[in-house]
Design a protein. Structure first.
Length: 393
């Protein structure tokens, strides 16, 4: 995954506009330029969708170097970029010694999703999240499930002209108590994300993201000031895996997780288990022990089933038994909230109280059944359950 939160399938729920990614690209390429999107403010009911980007803005966290070079200091790649070139993410460009973000206000994906799809299991269960993404990513996972946009440049995708105020207005009109920055690595549209987040916070809307956690300390500290919850992909507990399968490093991700915990951002972790690549029982045990020691035993952990995608289409899906064994190892390491994903109907989708063990939230896929919470507490024994269970006042 590239910080994604499930394969995007179109606006969902009670909204009329439904369009698959491939149908969208096909239709747009054929010249279809306007859609009536029911979640937009009435003053902008017809939203233009066009190829390319509209209004680049100066990028944050840059350092001017000699001979027209700039260094991007947003993520651990610290790209040094000459005039006319872009950073590794493909969405930040050096223009005559000034560095620009090319994706501000130009998402290529706008959807209303169940919050469980992110996957957040400890944030407003049963609610919907207004979800946005631009093109681009600062990692290159061979197993990415949204590679058509994460590995694309913004001039190759069909994008909405959706400035921050329209995102917040859309979330309000769609009845979404949260906005999710997701599908690709949202760090690459940092300026856009933080501008939306500030407006959302003022409007009483939660800010959430699904991220690979590949960000430098200073921008992370500032992001944490407006972020309420994060799902972080901990892709493996193995530097070699990160180097060969992700084109990144493990240590910055671990540092991100510790910083988010210190800044009191609600954190859930996803580990996509890929057979023969990151399913070693000892490595999984080591990862779970680290989570328990550094982040705490109440940190929700999701083991997710791999399906063949992108550059790994000849590989095979994760056996359910492998996921169940990983969950056993996590519970043995002391973690209390361990879930299995991408296998709808498995009992490990549901939440049980870490105090009394009784069923708190029953899930089947994205559907919520029984719910036994009283505010932030277990409806049976009264122990406080980690998460965000009530909408902002």
């Amino acid at each position: 995954m590239a910080g994604g939160s499930g394969k995007k399938t179109g606006v969902q729920g009670r909204f009329a506009w439904r369009l698959s990614r491939r149908a969208f690209v096909s239709s747009s390429a054929a010249g279809l330029a306007l859609f009536a999107l029911p979640w937009l403010p009435k003053s902008a009911a017809s939203q233009e969708i066009r190829q390319g980007f509209s209004h680049p803005i100066p990028a944050s966290f840059t350092k001017v170097m000699s001979k027209g070079m700039v260094q991007c200091q947003l993520c651990p790649r610290n790209c040094e970029v000459k005039d006319g070139d872009r950073g590794e993410c493909g969405v930040r460009e050096n223009r005559k010694g000034l560095y620009y973000s090319l994706v501000y206000g130009n998402p290529c994906a706008v959807h209303v999703d169940p919050v469980e799809k992110k996957p957040f299991f400890h944030v407003l269960p049963g609610s919907r999240s207004f979800s946005i993404a631009t093109a681009g990513c600062n990692l290159h996972c061979k197993f990415c499930q949204n590679w058509e946009i994460s590995q694309a440049r913004p001039e190759k995708t069909y994008n909405f002209d959706l400035p921050p105020e329209k995102v917040v207005a859309g979330a309000k009109e769609a009845g979404c108590p949260s906005i999710a920055y997701t599908y690709v690595e949202p760090i690459i549209f940092y300026e856009y994300m933080t501008a939306v987040a500030r407006l959302a916070k003022d409007a009483g809307i939660l800010n959430t993201c699904h991220s690979s956690g590949y960000i430098n300390p200073e921008p992370l500290e500032k992001l944490a000031e407006v972020l309420d919850a994060a799902v972080v992909d901990l892709k493996a507990f193995d530097p070699k895996f990160y180097k060969e399968m992700v084109d990144g490093k493990l240590e910055p991700v671990l540092n991100t997780l510790k910083t988010l915990r210190r800044k009191e951002v609600h954190v859930e972790i996803v580990n996509l288990v890929i057979p023969q690549f990151n399913d070693n029982p000892q490595t999984i045990s080591d990862m779970c022990a680290w989570i328990n020691d550094e982040l705490g035993p109440l940190t929700p952990l999701h083991f997710s089933r791999f399906y063949p995608l992108y550059k790994m289409q000849n590989h095979f899906p994760t056996p359910v038994a492998t996921l169940e064994k990983a969950r056993e190892l996590a519970l043995k390491a002391g973690l209390k909230y361990v879930y299995l994903g991408n296998i709808p109907g498995n009992p490990a989708e549901s939440t049980h109280c870490h105090g009394c063990g009784k069923l708190l939230i029953e899930r089947t896929g994205y559907r919520i059944g029984e719910l036994h919470l009283k505010g932030d507490n277990c409806g049976y024994c009264g122990v406080k359950i980690p998460g965000i269970w009530q909408k902002p006042a």
